[in-house]
Design a protein around this ligand. Structure first.
Ligand code: ATP
Length: 603
């Protein structure tokens, strides 16, 4: 008798045992499994010790894994029930507060991963590399904050995690915005608000010597709006702004009064907002005034340029709505939201949408125009985004381009004109530029403080007399003074020659500008001719007087029925003798005036 292998127990049936089924057919356990379940592999496992060992391991592993998952689930449940998690999205002002707070609490001290960047005005929360409060050297060491961190604050355990957002691809490259998650092991919501408020107060305190300027440099379409660039500028003293007597004080006084009277606004049912428009030639101190004011009032600036291609009505709306209370909302060069006179005179000669125009001729250079509409802008100024103690500031070099609707009180409450420098301003600028302690006089007899003072006064007078009133901006005069730093005598004596030189250069620039405009005009006319020719007619268009009217002649068998994007309102019919008038169908807009005469169709 051959030794039978030791049978293995499986569901009451011995592997290797033979038995008969109901029909009397002979079958064995493995063949049963094979036939009934089709698991010959498992069946063979039970037929040897190695197989059984594997199964035991499998079962054990499963139990351990199930146990682990159960613990994790229980932990998550407990955590969910006995903790509060808050999120801070990059781009929201609170993100800045919390990052500073965590950095100051040394939360990232165990970080082993740093991004090193050269120090610049962009705000970065780098770790301190020296015991002093000032980070050493000319680089910032910013932890990449990848590992979750645990720390204790006010007797509570806090767990910090940071997740990197999915990258957004923009013209400026890929950008991913991260989110900080803080889990606080408490059920008391006041702990959360205390933490956030503490972080905010600390942020305000740390930022005090600086003016914080938030800008939106790239488009982002997340749940929180992205003021994705934060810059830090040293606060500028108010008296460094040289304007006509009393102007700066009146702006500061007005803004202070507005901020202090919140309750009055609420009681009177008037939206708590105030709008200022600073207008005047470039370099006269408009932006500098706003920065100095922000420093004086301890407010942050949220600055947006409407010229950025991605800024449209909805972006503007979200931008304004995400500005916190007691902040300055600044729109620089607000006129770029509207066509300039010059653009109005010369509508874009290429008419997009007309099939015959595709790829025709060069696109002419034009001023950057915003995609923001007037109604979109007015909505933002009127809407929630501009309430809650926000100061709205706009600057422009061309107040005439602005729609009267924008300038009405309630939207713009104060208009402040900036002018080119007066002699008084020139004197003040000179004295500010040459503080006694920094300068050396060529005349060695001038040594005492009083002598220096009176000599400086004389030089300032000479300087200002050499400056013609309302001809140069303060920025231009500052540029000149910078060329003779520390040498006031040289600056005072040389001003006459500089003024003459500037006048010559200006004249040359003007001539070049006229030449450039003439060339632009010429190429516009050429493109217009090409377009008309392309529409099947023999088109001849010529500008008359460089103004609104275009005079010319059109003839051809198939005059265009419509000219998408173009407009035709005044039609000279003097020489009309053919039924070619049909081509005027579809010219509906009256924004640009085109005068067209038709000639008899060529035989
Ligand atoms: N009134 C002023 N007082 C002091 N500094 C001035 C004044 N005007 C101009 N400056 C100096 O000139 C430079 C440019 O000034 P700023 O940017 O404020 O001019 P702006 O009127 O805003 O010009 P733009 O219209 O081109 O924006 C700054 O360095 C500023 O210090």
């Amino acid at each position: 008798m051959s030794a039978r292998p030791r049978p293995h127990f499986y569901g009451g049936l011995m592997a290797g045992d033979q038995d008969r089924n109901d029909t009397g057919e002979l079958w064995s356990a493995p063949s049963f499994l094979t036939r009934i379940m089709g698991f010959s592999f498992f069946a063979s496992l039970f037929s040897n010790t190695y197989g059984l060992g594997s199964v035991k391991l499998l079962v054990l592993g499963s139990i351990i894994e199930t146990g682990r998952r159960l613990c994790q689930w229980l932990f998550e449940r407990l955590r969910f029930q006995y903790s509060i998690t808050i999120q801070f999205g990059e781009g929201d002002p609170t993100y800045e507060w919390i990052i500073l707070f965590l950095t100051e609490h040394n939360v990232w001290r165990r970080s082993r991963d740093f991004r090193v960047t050269a120090k610049n005005s962009s705000r970065k929360w780098g770790i301190e590399t020296s015991p002093s409060s000032q980070p050493e050297g000319s680089a910032d060491y910013v932890p990449t904050y990848e590992l979750p961190q645990l720390f204790r604050w006010n007797g509570y355990w806090l767990e910090i995690k940071r997740s990197k957002g999915t990258p957004t691809y923009t013209q400026m490259g890929a950008q991913s915005l991260s989110t900080i998650f803080i889990t606080i092991y408490t059920l008391d919501m006041t702990v959360v608000s205390k933490l956030v408020e503490k972080a905010r107060l600390r942020y305000v305190e740390v930022s005090r010597p600086n003016v914080i300027i938030h800008t939106a440099d790239t488009p982002h379409f997340g749940p929180t709006f992205t003021w994705n660039n934060v810059k830090c500028k040293i606060r500028r003293p108010l008296d460094s702004i040289i304007l006509e007597e009393g102007v700066i004080d009146s702006i500061v006084g007005d803004a202070r009064e507005f901020l202090d009277m919140e309750n009055w606004y609420i009681d009177a049912g008037i939206p708590h907002r105030r709008g200022y428009l600073l207008y005047g030639p470039p370099g006269t101190g408009k932006s500098s005034t706003i920065h100095a004011l922000a420093g004086e009032l301890g407010m942050e600036i949220y600055s947006l340029s409407l010229a950025a291609g991605f800024v449209d009505d909805s972006f503007l709306q979200r931008a304004a709505a995400s500005i916190p209370k007691r902040a300055i909302f600044l729109i620089e060069d607000i006129d770029c939201a509207f066509p300039s006179r010059e653009e109005g005179e010369h509508p874009m000669p290429l008419l997009p949408g007309y099939p015959g125009m595709m790829g025709l001729g060069p696109r002419l250079p034009s001023r950057t125009r915003s995609t923001v509409t007037l109604s979109g802008l007015l909505n933002v100024i009127d809407g929630v985004g501009s309430e809650e103690g926000k100061l709205f500031f706009a600057t422009t070099n061309y107040i005439d381009h602005l729609d009267p609707a924008l300038l009405r009180p309630g939207r713009i409450d104060r208009k402040i004109q900036y002018k080119l420098a007066t002699r008084e301003q020139a004197t003040a600028l000179f004295l500010r530029f040459f503080p006694q302690s920094y300068i050396t006089f060529e005349d060695s007899k001038v040594s005492s403080v009083d002598e220096k003072q009176s000599r400086l006064g004389e030089l300032a007078k000479t300087f200002s007399q050499g400056v013609p009133e309302y001809e140069f901006s303060t920025a231009e005069l500052q540029g000149y003074l910078l060329s003779c730093k520390k040498h006031p005598e040289q600056a005072a004596i040389g001003i006459g020659a500089w003024v003459e030189q500037e006048r010559i250069e200006r004249k040359e620039r003007k001539e070049r500008e006229i030449e450039r405009k003439a060339k632009e005009q010429q190429s516009r006319d050429e493109v217009t001719q090409m377009q008309f020719a392309n529409m099947g007619g023999l088109g001849m268009m010529s500008k008359r007087g460089g103004g609104q009217k275009v005079g010319g002649a059109l003839r051809g068998p198939s005059m265009p029925k419509a000219l998408p994007g173009a407009s035709l309102v005044s039609l000279s019919t003097d020489s009309l003798s053919q039924p070619d008038m049909a081509f005027t169908d579809g010219f509906t807009s009256d924004s640009d005036s085109v005068s067209v005469s038709t000639l008899p169709t060529a035989a």
